[in-house]
Design a binder for this molecule. Sequence first.
Ligand code: NDP
Length: 302
Amino acid sequence: MTDSRTRQERAADPVTVLGLGAMGTALAGALLAGGHDVTVWNRTAARAEPLVARGARAAATVEEAVTASPLVIVCVLDDDAVHQTLGPVTPALADRALVNLTNGTPAQARATSAWATGHGAHYVDGGIMAIPPMIGHPGATVLYSGDQAAFATHRETLERFGAATFLGTDPGAAALHDLALLSGMYGMLGGFLHAVAMVGTEGGKAAEFTSALLIPWLNTMMTALPEYARQIDAGETGGHDSNLAMQSVGYVNLIEGSRAQGLRTDLIEPMRNLIDRAVAEGKGGEDLQGLVPLITAGPPAA
Ligand code: NDP
C-alpha cells in the first residue's frame, strides 16, 4: 500500500466519513478544509446537510459511501454502532483502508480488526485525544495502531485531524493508551470539579480560584510524576516523603471537611478507599506509588 506521491498530489484524495455526530462532523470538516474529496454518511441523513453545503457529497447508503473512497473513516457512538453500520456491507470493505476512530476497548479493537481483516480491509484503530473544536488545530492528537502500511499510506490525510501517533501493529494498542490517557484526564477533572465545589461553598469563584491557585498547584504536582513513574517502573514503592499511613489520616479531613461544607464525596472516596486498603495490608510505610500493585491485582474478591 505504499504511495510515492507528494503531499500536494494527495491533497484531494477521496475520503469517506461514516458517522456525523459532533466528532465525525469535525473530522469531515477538517478533510474539506484540507481540500479532500469527502463523501459522508450518517444514520440520520439530515446531519450531513451542513457538510454538503461546504462541499461534501452525501451518500444515500453505507455501501455507496464505503465504495466511494479507498480510505474509510468510521466515527460513531460505540462498537455496536460500528458493527450495525458496517455489518451489512462487508463485501464493500475489501481493499479499503478502514480507520475506526470510535472510542472502544482494546478487546473490541482486536475483534473488529480480525473481523474487518477477514473481509479484506486494511484495519487501523484510533483514539482521538481531542474534543471536536480542536480537530485540525494544534494540540489535537490521534493515536493509531494496526495495519502499518495502511497508516503510512494515509498518514498525511490523517494528519489533517492533528498529530498522528502510531503505537504499533497490535490493533488494541491505540485503545489501551486512549483509555489510559482518559483515566488521567478524568482523575484530574474529578479533582477540579470537587475543588471548585468546595471553594464555592464559601462564595469563592471557580474562575479566580482555578487561575490563581489550582493550576499553579497542579503544575507543581505534575513535576513529581516523572520520578513517581521511574519508581513504578523500578518496582520501588517510595516511603521517603509522604507515606500512606500519614495520607490515610490526612484524607479523613478531606472527606469530613467536604461533608461539613455540605458536599457529596463521590469523587474523592475511591482514592481514600485504596489508601486505607493499602494501610490495612501493611503498606503504610509506602508512598502513593505503592497503590499501583493494588490496582494491578484487580478488584477484591466479592
Ligand atoms: P455524538 O453523540 O455527537 O454522535 C454519535 C454518532 O453515532 C451519530 O452520528 C449517530 O448517528 C451515530 N450512531 C449512534 N448509534 C448508531 C447506530 N446504531 N448506527 C449508526 N450510527 C449510530 O458523538 P460524537 O460524534 O461526539 O462521538 C463519536 C465517537 O467519537 C464516540 O465513540 C466518542 O467516544 C468519540 N470521541 C468523541 C469526543 C468528543 O469530545 N465528542 C472526543 C474523543 C472521542 P445519528 O446522528 O443517526 O444518531
